[in-house]
Design a protein around this ligand. Structure first.
Ligand SMILES: C[S@@+](CC[C@H](N)C(=O)[O-])C[C@H]1O[C@@H](n2cnc3c(N)ncnc32)[C@H](O)[C@@H]1O
Length: 334
């Protein structure tokens, strides 16, 4: 179940208030109003992108507040630094390059741990999808790259040309949630070498009837992108480290765009583990580092979805870091 409990009035508020040609942030007002609990605090935008959410956070912080942005994509950092140059010069904004899977280290290096709140707006930006040279989109001809950080790691081209048929099937099945994973992995191996996004799209189009081709293409490209960028491993590492990096009473906000992300966010924020297993103390109370608030995901209003179709699949979960006492009483020695 999801809930539309936004405290702002979507009939009068512009859902594109923080959008630029680079990216239109989703649920920006909800993030602004639910994440910030201390106007002079330190907030981390772990997925800086074009700086839209960071701008929204800066707008509700006092001049003493700080937003620290993290991204692994140099194009995103350049865009956000330009957009937020005035805030940077005023000492209210900093941008650092890195992966959020190394959150603790990044925050320690910046001297800001613990922080008052942290945002994860998962996945890729519109700019990354729209730039043909990045290879994220089956709609544009481009090299099969798909790396968020184009200077590091395996490309999608290496994955489709060098991984075994079995590994490719696992990627398509697990990360793409694609029912034809086996047949498509076999077709990819038969069609090697594949160099461009079009080469890959043609393999899919040759094996899937036209009415289903677009959805299948979306799933295949999603699966590869998740594998290339180790997105789920990054998310799990970041959520665990966030528990160590946000002060008690501070908050975390996670916006996910598909069930693989949302399931992990939900389980971790609710139970403190990725299996979704509740742990209870001697009194039967749930032992977990976070309290989800509210307990259901927040979704975009119809007006926002109409203005920004990308908002349709967005799920925002917000949770508050519990006081250490709430982490449970240790069992007495037996
Ligand atoms: C959906 S966009 C964020 C857009 C941003 N909220 C805005 O308002 O423009 C996601 C961004 O997170 C970055 N990103 C994704 N995974 C990352 C990771 N593990 N470490 C660092 N940055 C990551 C991507 O490069 C991308 O720029």
């Amino acid at each position: 179940m999801s809930t539309r409990t936004s405290p702002y009035d979507s009939s009068t508020d512009d859902p594109l208030a923080y959008a630029t040609g680079f990216h239109a942030p989703v649920l920006a007002r909800d993030v602004q109003q639910r994440l910030v609990t201390a106007a002079t605090g330190v907030y981390v935008d772990a997925t800086l992108g074009g700086g839209g959410h960071a701008r929204a956070l800066l707008d509700v912080l006092d001049p003493e507040g700080l937003v620290l942005g993290i991204d692994r994509d140099p194009e995103a950092l350049a865009e956000a630094r330009e957009r937020l140059a005035a805030a940077h010069d005023a000492g209210r904004f900093r941008a650092v390059r890195g992966t959020f899977g190394r959150l603790r280290e990044l925050l320690e290096a910046e001297g800001v741990r613990p922080v008052d709140g942290m945002l994860f707006d998962l996945g890729v930006s519109s700019h990354q999808i729209d730039a043909p040279g990045r290879g994220f989109s089956y709609r544009e001809e481009g090299p099969l790259d798909m790396r968020m950080n184009p200077q590091r790691g395996l490309t999608a081209r290496q994955v489709v040309n060098a991984w075994s048929e079995r590994d490719l099937r696992e990627v398509l099945r697990t990360y793409g949630e694609e029912a034809r994973a086996g047949a498509l992995a076999h077709a990819i191996v038969e069609a090697r070498p594949l160099d461009t996004t079009r080469d890959l799209a043609e393999v899919v189009e040759d094996h899937v009837p036209p009415p289903e081709a677009v959805k299948t293409l979306t799933r295949v490209f999603q699966g590869l992108r998740i594998a290339v960028n180790a997105e789920l491993e990054e998310l799990e590492a970041a959520l665990e480290q966030a528990t160590d990096c946000v002060r008690p009473g501070g908050r975390i906000a996670v916006i996910s765009y598909h069930s693989l992300e949302d399931r992990r966010a939900k389980r971790y924020l609710r139970y403190g583990n990725f299996e979704g297993t509740p742990r209870r103390d001697l009194y039967g109370d749930l032992v977990a580092p976070w309290t989800e608030t509210p307990r259901a995901p927040i979704v975009a209003s119809e007006a926002e979805v109409e203005a920004n179709p990308r908002a349709r699949s967005a799920r925002l979960r917000v949770a508050e870091r519990r006081e250490d006492e709430a982490l449970g009483t240790p069992l007495p020695p037996t």
